[in-house]
Design a protein around this ligand. Structure first.
Ligand code: SAM
Ligand code: SF4
Length: 363
């Protein structure tokens, strides 16, 4: 059950309820010829952003992500770069225009910069970004830039060395900082992702805001989601976006920046400083109503909604000789069934269930 504090903070934004669903379906049918090549679900939401997990493996053991004893996918079940690019091209033909490469840790996959270049070459794809733990960024930043990567997001959850080791199981704090510096030096656009957990790092949100001011980097605070491999999540550990803003406002004057439709984060600038902070309020105020994302797991499973266990197997189609048209048609039919999302579950006060560990889907 969601705790009262979290429940009270949930968004009151419109969400697709049953009557909206029927209306949207009718609109969809009327405009079917126009939209027939778009990836659209039964609530009328259209996919524009594809998140690709290129591996479920990782060299870190973040306690809010990994199980204690992870078992990686067998190599033969992981899509090759050619298979990923073929699927991404099909998604692009259906209207997807931006791609995020994630994992597990994407930079543990050999030659992932070649994949970035292949994805950047797809007609209709205007931007490719990557989310990484930063461990290999120092040596990979230039190659990624040259491959055409538009944005790199480095996940960093503390600015304290010991705490870093505690949460990630890695002693690479300084190395990650050097990775961030290297990415900036080669001219990659950079963001930082920070998962905020009550009692663990909520005392650092002002330090992260100071970092954003000093460097001009956008720091995005992510509410802790119930996708930790060890199932330690509980609602009391969620430090909400509202609490984050309250805390930072005691030290800085913040100004809201208008949110782009489909964006996962609510942005704020500083009245007297550079830099921005973003809030990804997936638990207390999710943006399911205008979600424009679709996900592909490393094994080729299509996941329309992060909060749903529904997955659709694309790998057999790829490996058994289906045509691009057949795969596109299958993807469209699967995506049509995309769940309403977590907003409706919060609305009914149902508990949000652990669906899968985050390292298997990429965030
Ligand atoms: N290994 C890369 C990294 O850590 O950036 C990419 C994969 S990671 C699964 C993608 C994003 O999900 C990261 O920003 C990570 O911090 C975030 N994440 C992992 N577990 C989470 C959880 N339980 N709740 C919220 N965000 C989580
Ligand atoms: Fe690895 Fe990223 Fe999960 Fe941490 S959050 S264990 S770095 S996949």
């Amino acid at each position: 059950m969601i705790s009262k504090a979290v429940w009270e903070e949930r968004s009151t934004r419109d969400q697709p309820g049953p009557s909206v669903r029927v209306a949207q379906t009718l609109i969809h049918l009327q405009s079917r010829s126009k939209e027939s090549e778009a990836l659209i679900d039964s609530y009328g939401r259209i996919a524009r952003k594809l998140r690709i997990s290129v591996t479920d493996a990782c060299n870190f053991r973040c306690s809010f992500c990994m199980p204690k004893h992870p078992i990686w996918l067998p190599k033969k079940e992981i899509l090759s770069f050619e298979e990923i690019t073929r699927l991404a091209t099909i998604f692009a033909s259906l209207g997807v225009d931006t791609i995020r490469v994630s994992g597990g840790e994407p930079l543990v996959r050999n030659g992932v910069e070649e994949l970035v270049e292949m994805l950047r070459g797809i007609h209709g794809v205007s931007a490719v970004s990557m989310t990484t733990n930063g461990f290999f960024l120092e040596e990979k930043a230039r190659a990624l830039k040259e491959a055409g990567l538009n944005v790199v997001t480095v996940s960093l959850h503390t600015l304290k060395k010991e705490k870093f080791e505690n949460i990630t199981g890695s002693s690479a704090y300084e190395r990650v900082l050097r990775g961030i510096t290297a990415a900036r030096e080669v001219g990659l656009r950079l963001k930082i992702n920070c998962v905020v957990i009550r009692g663990f790092n909520d005392d650092e949100v002002v330090d992260f805001a100071s970092l954003a001011c000093k460097t001009g980097i956008t720091v995005r605070f992510i509410e802790y989601m119930p996708f930790d491999g060890m199932k330690l999540w509980n609602p009391e550990k969620v430090f909400s976006g509202r609490e984050i803003i309250k805390r930072i406002s005691e030290s800085y004057e913040l100004e809201p920046v208008s949110r782009e439709p489909g964006s996962t984060s609510t942005l704020f600038g500083f009245r007297n400083d550079q830099g921005k902070i973003g809030l990804i309020t997936s638990i207390t105020a999710p943006f399911c109503g205008d979600c424009d994302r679709v996900r592909l797991k490393a094994d080729g499973n299509l996941v329309p909604c992060l909060f749903s266990s529904n997955e659709y197997y694309l790998r057999p189609l790829l490996r058994r000789g289906s045509s691009d048209e057949q795969i596109a048609d299958f993807i469209k039919r699967c995506f049509w069934n995309k769940d309403a999302g977590v907003e409706r579950k919060l609305g009914k006060l149902l508990s949000i269930k652990h669906v899968r560990p985050m390292h298997s889907i990429g965030g």
